[in-house]
Unconditional design. Structure first.
Ligand SMILES: [Zn+2]
Lengths: 388, 144
């Protein structure tokens, strides 16, 4: 069985409010990926459409997009694992190509969150938890992750300032990313100024500066078999490993609150499949929906020992010049987080890095990259390992 | 046409806003009306479930007994919300939390009369039934 490659990547600019419909939004990411791959719609064997439900009115968006993007009569699939939908879509595309069923697949992630208010969006996201037993208490994403932050900080003595360092790093690189929704520099002084928005409490111990914001966006990844990749593409990037895991939706069903078991398990599967360890990773994109999420990712992926994530960020080891650059595209904290599009955007960044086409944020000569994408509050974990 | 059977939708009373009305463990609400928070226990394997379940996925049976949540648990973690989702704004500020009873954990809120400065991870708390201003029912964690 041959290898599976990524031969094209694209994403829309992530914005607070996209001036168009969801099919038009999807077109932006698709167009860039198709132009990147230098192929046409007839070269695509199937599409995988990825998003989280209830942000827009369209039921079954897969069929609508397939038509709008010129992908009829090829079959289409719809994949949903909340914020990791498009990484799960990539895993499906990998298996569709690996099995020989399709020789190439377009994975299209999208989310147009601006159709509803921020409070409505928090209510929808809260219902990504357990609607029978958690949501009636008034839950929302920042509060769930804040509970992890509380337990983590309690266990390891990590401080709010350690978390703020992660946001400062995100701001450093967000300024360089023309596709990011938030391109302002963030300083530690903002976090220590009670009048500054960054320092205002959202759900203790997390502050506004610890949280990513909603955005509208789309992404597209073109996957192909080895034969097609070699025919079409000068610099194919190979899918070396894919890992995925699930856990109890209700926090009451979990034992670990200082890390995400799904991330550990997905990483374990992906590393084994790729035949590598954490030390071999040259560049990574991790799911920093909140600063605490990136801190836990350092440890769950094996870049740092449990409790030592703060040493990585304090020593700037996760900056571009550090030993393990993480989120040098600004991460979700700078780009914004259009749920279904996020994984594809992370994958795009790592593919560009491995091709040496990342411009201002290019890490020195990376051979292996990793993408960590989490759905819900550690409900779904996806880790993908890519190589030249 | 015969008379439409009345649906047992008691679960709509659970929490500030309930997103579920019909469930096989609706008696949970009756117990709450009587001041009790209940788990379920599988008669076949003895596993205790909180939140309560109607079915045991280990035994593939539905032979459940009710078992009262009693004694105290340890506070695992919590967060105080400054913003709330749609429908919960009147409750602000409030803290959500997880309490560990050993055999099971409970996700809920910390009682609103517990001062913030007295809340500590690891403290012993008990779970009590709470009537909300809108006549709905939930359970909260109280100091012991
Ligand atoms: Zn059983």
């Amino acid at each position: 069985m041959g290898k599976v490659a990524i031969i094209g990547v694209g994403q829309s600019t992530f914005v607070r409010q996209y001036p168009g419909s969801i099919r038009e939004l999807a077109f932006d990411g698709f167009k860039e990926a198709m132009q990147d791959a230098q192929i046409t719609a007839k070269d695509i064997g199937a599409s995988v459409i990825c998003s989280a439900p209830e942000y827009d009115k369209q039921r079954s968006p897969a069929g609508v997009f397939a038509e709008y993007l010129g992908l009829n009569p090829q079959p289409t699939f719809y994949v949903e694992t909340l914020c990791s939908s498009s990484s799960m879509g990539l895993r499906l595309a990998y298996s569709l190509v690996k099995s020989g069923l399709h020789d190439s697949v377009a994975v299209i992630g999208f989310q147009k969150m601006s159709e509803i208010s921020s409070a409505e969006s928090q209510e929808r996201m809260g219902r990504g938890g357990d609607i029978q037993w958690e949501s009636p208490f008034g839950t929302m994403m920042p509060a769930y992750y804040a509970m992890y932050a509380r337990a983590y900080m309690e266990k390891y003595g990590t401080t709010p300032e350690d978390l703020a360092l992660i946001r400062v790093k995100a701001g450093t690189y967000g300024q360089l990313n023309e596709k990011a929704a938030y391109r302002k520099a963030i300083t530690m002084e903002m976090f220590s100024d009670p009048e500054n928005r960054m320092a205002s409490p959202v759900a203790s111990p997390l502050r506004t500066g610890d949280c990513c914001a909603n955005a509208d966006g789309s992404s597209c990844i073109i996957v192909a078999n080895e034969e097609k990749a070699k025919a079409f593409c000068k610099k194919p990037v190979w899918i070396m490993g894919t890992g995925a895991a699930t856990t109890a939706v209700n926090l009451a069903g979990r034992d670990l609150f200082s890390g995400l078991t799904v991330a550990e398990q997905a990483a374990d599967e992906a590393y084994k499949m790729a035949g590598i360890t954490a030390k071999d990773v040259d560049v990574a994109e991790v799911h920093d929906c909140f600063t605490i999420a990136e801190m836990m990712a350092y440890e769950n992926l094996g870049f740092a020992k449990p409790g030592e994530g703060k040493d990585l960020i304090q020593g700037k080891e996760t900056y571009k010049e550090g030993s393990i650059p993480v989120n040098v595209d600004g991460g979700l904290l700078s780009k914004g987080h259009p749920i279904g599009a996020t994984g594809g955007s992370q994958i795009r960044t790592v593919v560009l890095q491995l091709r040496g086409e990342a411009g201002d944020i290019q890490v020195k000569d990376p051979a292996i990259g990793l993408v960590h994408n989490i759905g819900g509050v550690g409900l779904y974990g996806n880790v993908t390992i890519l190589g030249r | 046409m015969g008379k439409k059977k009345q649906a047992d939708d008691r679960f709509k009373k659970f929490g500030t806003v309930s997103f579920t009305s019909i469930t096989k463990i609706n008696d949970f609400i009756q117990y709450m009306e009587d001041g009790k928070v209940m788990a379920t226990k599988c008669k076949d394997c003895g596993l205790i479930f909180f939140p309560p379940r109607a079915d045991c996925c280990q035994c593939l049976t539905s032979n459940m007994d009710w078992a009262e949540v009693s004694g105290t648990g340890k506070l695992v973690t919590y967060s105080k919300l400054e913003y709330a989702p749609v429908g919960f704004g009147d409750d602000l500020p409030y803290s959500i939390a997880v309490l560990d009873y050993g055999d099971y954990k409970i996700f809920g809120r910390i009682a609103s009369d517990v001062p913030d400065e007295e809340v500590r991870v690891g403290m012993e708390m008990k779970t009590i039934v709470n009537k909300l201003p809108n006549e709905q029912l939930n359970y909260v964690f109280q100091k012991v």
